[in-house]
Design a protein around this ligand. Sequence first.
Ligand code: NAX
Length: 328
Amino acid sequence: ASSPVTVTVTGAAGQIGYALLFRIASGQLLGADTPVRLRLLEIPQAVKAAEGTAMELDDCAFSTLDSVEIYDDATAAFDGVNVALLVGARPRTAGMERGDLLSANGGIFKPQGAAINAGAADDVRVLVVGNPANTNAFIAASHAPDVPRERFTAMTRLDHNRAVSQLATKTGAKVADIARLTIWGNHSATQYPDLSHATVAGRPALEVVGDDAWVRETFIPTVAKRGAAIIEARGASSAASAANAAIDHVYSWVHGTPEGDWTSAGIVSDGSYGVPEGLISSFPVTSDGGQWTIVQGLDVDEFSRGRIDASVAELVEERDAVQALGLL
Ligand code: NAX
């Protein structure tokens, strides 16, 4: 077996944390041959709950789990970290203005970015799950000037997986037959789930569906509003599916994406597809096991252009707002 990999999870005592930690510890994140040194970061009030989860992790007797440590200090929690999963964030509560939301999250992601800068391993990979995920990743990256910006990513894999599932159901195909689907832009209601390059068992998805109205009036809003539909049904936000998507994102990053296919991830823009350089936006991406690469050369028709531009405009607004608040 290889030497242990240090994985730090923030918000470890939250509901996504509870769905995520056991899968990481059991080897599903990095593989069955890679021992995991798990670190849980929480706020002081939630440390006791995290200790309870750590007891349960012990009780699983996972052969892949090297150790579990609990922290309420970011600098210590990220010292030597190889994979950082930033799940803990300040949710929007009733009556909260966007500025308040961004400030509260700046207060979390600024020090965490600085702590990653101070102590992370040279090969660190960061995934931000906590919302607003793209902008939180942008804030953290801005406070980690010594870490290459492309190591900071934001999760849109849950949106991607939701879109794959909706398309498979509509076409009667298996999920494994769906390829080349893309989520563009922000992980928010403005996101653009794009079927224009997707295939179903090798055939163009739009041809198989044969119904533009379904794509525009049902598919896109269903994917974009799925989070709200889950809250409505469960009385709590997506947790197991979000944890699953976080596992998928890191697994694809570390193990690579399959030949001929791609996935979706929020990564730093190099200016591709007219997305301003430096923004953390979702793109069609492949991984070679080391780094993400934006799939190049896709045709963007007028409808797609409008949808991508609208979501990217929201990312620009969020960036300008955090800049005005002095969070960068
Ligand atoms: P919970 O409220 O259950 O858990 C959040 C945890 O974070 C709490 O235990 C809290 O104590 C902890 N926390 C807060 N500040 C912290 C800090 N500074 N350091 C360490 N821990 C801290 O939320 P949960 O349902 O687990 O969701 C977590 C985040 O994921 C939320 O921001 C949520 O909006 C976001 N989501 C993102 C998704 C995505 O696709 N990118 C989908 C699912 C989810 O909605």
